[in-house]
Ligand binder design. Structure first.
Ligand code: DX5
Ligand code: ZN
Length: 221
């Protein structure tokens, strides 16, 4: 199944609870929560207290994208806040294997994320212990950027590796995904789609339904 993970970074932070409910009711399966520490990426977004509050608004799967140096420091607190999956950057973990195992040992799904310039080979060793590999299709830190077309090749390469090795790792893409270009990502092999501005600019419920309709059509191919 192809999954939509709306990023609340594109939402109105003054009414986050309501904005999450809109995409939940419209059928989005995940909620993507972008945590930024002002060190791994230039910007600072939100952390555990906000996520814990939002947990009261939806039962949907909380897909927490940690753009944070050494995220292993926060995994227990993230679990307490209601995370279902914690995705950490390969570039931000000194001990990536340990970090992924630690996340899984808490009973959570573990994801590994990679920046646009990071090659597929940087995560190939850990694919068997990751539930998801997240390919950044923009430089992380801000919503509303245009996607970098060369990142599609990396999605293809990762899909090839997973097929070859019989792995059912999800391949998630994040950054600059729109209703117009999402099919390119699906064709390349992505099956979890993050979208911030493309969901929250305008009518979030209608945009969510439009993404899901495209997924449904694609799956019928
Ligand atoms: C960027 C974040 C993304 C971002 C996506 O650093 O990881 O999740 O919110 O936003 P759009 O879809 O607007 O590029
Ligand atoms: Zn993200």
């Amino acid at each position: 199944m192809i999954i939509l993970s709306p990023s609340i970074l594109g939402a109105d932070f003054g009414k986050l609870g309501e904005q999450i409910r809109q995409v939940d009711l419209a059928g989005a399966q995940y909620i993507h929560l972008d945590v930024m520490d002002g060190a791994f990426v230039p910007s600072i977004s939100f952390g555990m207290p906000v996520i814990a509050s939002l947990r009261g608004y939806t039962e949907k799967f909380f897909d927490v994208h940690m753009m944070v140096e050494e995220p292993v420091r926060y995994v227990e607190d993230m679990k307490k806040s209601g995370a279902d999956m914690i995705t950490v950057h390969v570039e931000a973990c000194r001990h990536l294997d340990y970090t992924l195992c630690r996340i899984r040992s808490l009973g959570l799904k573990a994801g590994v994320a990679m920046n646009p310039a990071t090659p597929a080979a940087a995560v190939s060793e850990v694919l068997p212990i990751a539930d998801t590999v997240l390919v950044m299709s923009v430089n992380p830190g801000f919503g509303g950027q245009e996607f970098l077309p060369y990142t599609l090749d990396k999605v293809r390469a990762l899909r090839r590796i997973c097929t070859r090795d019989g792995l059912d790792t999800d391949i998630e893409v994040d950054g600059g995904v729109t209703l117009e270009n999402v099919t390119d990502f699906l064709e390349a092999g992505a099956n979890v789609i993050v979208a911030g501005s493309a969901v929250y600019r305008g009518d979030a419920a209608a945009n969510t339904r439009s993404f899901l309709k495209i997924f449904e059509e694609f799956e019928k191919r």
